[in-house]
Design a protein around this ligand. Structure first.
Ligand SMILES: [Zn+2]
Length: 448
């Protein structure tokens, strides 16, 4: 399943209203278990009793400008750190070590994939002007160094710079702000006419059909085949012959659009207190991307595009500290990315546990990533994510994720009007309960 939510398993996606309280108010509601986990300094705090419901006490707002107090608190706390481990939290560091090994296992497969994709790009971009300038984007879990599961499945986004063809007009589809139809406003080059549908829109379907044809020409004679077309999938899946098992590669085309971000992004990406206003402004000067994604609403299926900011997600995850040196050679090490890895790992383990894969299928690593970004906004300082505090930070993060499940509301980080849980068939309650079980018993799944 795609880390960007573009890949397999994310069939129906709709733009529906959240079913429960919305917006910042919902995220900060008194019911939100994560709210009780933070002291005034923002440092994670041990739950007083594992048996209790997550704490719901009102919490004093963090004071972002108090690094000295935070450091003082850190030192005092270090001395007090002799408390016995709590049953609902466990030492997660060995789990992290085992995940590092998994990353290493993946790298030979990744080399193979990269070689083949390089050939495809170089050939396809010469064979049709629409694919001219196509490049592999270094987004997705492998390139974010977060790939930990399914070593034989890769998602790769291929950037097609179409902005040079005159301004692209976006027309929102539905109300979420995530789905659009696209059309050329002016100076459309002649070759684009092949990819325009009867409503004058740029057709994802037509572009994908041409792409598929060219790729199949390129890979003929290579130990690579193409998976049969699936009308609801936005990707073309390559199957690369490999021992002991073949490698699946989802290629997702992404139209690069260099113009102002759509209006519905205005209230998103609240990183001012975390990464700073300047970083945010710089991001907003970057292009955005559109990936093919059918819009389904009841019986209506429309050939639409879904907006993607996976390049920004990658940049944020790479430079994730409130200080510039976070996780660099001589800087302090934090646990933000490790927390994300662990939750991704837990979701995979839950899906594979028993017969619930089908019911949990629609939950994907993109939900975990989005939840982490929201948590980083809520806890913007590096001191709130110290590597030493991994176990507590993870619990705080997972409680936040549970709270999102409880309210069936997880807003897209860039477009808050888009609720990522607004799918008909996501069983938030089931996942909530499953995670609860894991927390209560100290994550036994991590021992398997
Ligand atoms: Zn860090």
């Amino acid at each position: 399943m795609g880390d960007r939510g573009t890949g397999r398993g994310r069939g129906k996606e709709q733009a529906t209203r959240p079913k429960q309280p919305r917006g910042r108010a919902a995220a900060k509601s008194k019911d939100d278990p994560a709210r009780g986990k933070t002291e005034a300094t923002g440092r994670p705090r041990r739950p007083s009793s594992p048996k209790k419901e997550p704490q719901r006490t009102a919490v004093q707002k963090k004071e972002p400008g108090e690094p000295k107090a935070a450091i003082a608190n850190t030192i005092t706390r270090k001395k007090k750190d002799k408390e016995p481990p709590l049953p609902d939290h466990r030492n997660l560091k060995p789990v992290v070590e085992s995940l590092k090994l998994k990353m290493k296992e993946i790298s030979p497969a990744a080399d193979k994939v990269n070689t083949i994709v390089r050939i495809i790009i170089s050939e396809v971009s010469q064979r049709d002007p629409i694919f001219q300038g196509m490049e592999k984007m270094s987004t997705g879990s492998y390139y974010e160094k977060l790939k930990i599961s399914r070593p034989n499945e890769f998602d790769i986004m291929l950037n097609i710079p179409i902005s040079d063809y005159g301004r692209i007009a976006l027309k929102e589809f539905g109300t979420s702000g995530a789905f659009y139809t696209l059309s050329c406003k002016r100076d459309m080059p002649e070759f684009m006419e092949d990819f325009i549908d009867k409503d004058e829109n740029i057709s994802a379907k037509k572009i994908l059909t041409r792409f598929r044809k060219l790729v199949s020409e390129v890979v003929s004679g290579m130990p690579v085949s193409i998976k049969r077309r699936n009308s609801s999938s936005p990707a073309l899946t390559l199957i690369i012959e490999n021992k002991p098992s073949n490698i699946d590669v989802d290629l997702v085309i992404a139209l690069e659009i260099r113009q102002s971000w759509p209006v519905k992004t205005i209230d998103g990406m609240n990183i001012d207190c975390w990464l700073g206003k300047k970083v945010k402004r710089d991001f907003k000067f970057q292009p955005f991307y559109m990936v093919p994604k059918q819009f389904k609403d009841g019986n209506t299926v429309k050939d639409t595009w879904r907006i993607s900011f996976s390049h920004i997600e990658k940049e944020i995850l790479t430079n994730h500290g409130s200080s510039k040196t976070c996780c660099e050679g001589d800087g302090e090490k934090c646990c933000r990315k490790i927390c994300l890895k662990l939750l991704k790992h837990l979701l995979e383990l839950l899906k594979n546990n028993g017969k619930q894969r089908k019911k949990l299928e629609k939950f994907c690593s993109y939900h975990a990533k989005t939840a982490l970004l929201h948590q980083c906004v809520e806890h913007p300082k590096d001191e709130e994510w110290r590597w030493e505090d991994l176990d507590l930070c993870f619990i705080r993060y997972i409680h936040y994720f549970q709270s999102s499940l409880k309210h069936e509301y997880l807003p897209n980080f860039f477009i808050p009007s888009h609720n990522l849980f607004s799918l008909d068939d996501v069983d938030c309650k089931l996942l909530y309960d499953q995670i609860d079980e894991q927390i209560k018993h100290g994550f036994p799944l991590f021992d398997l």
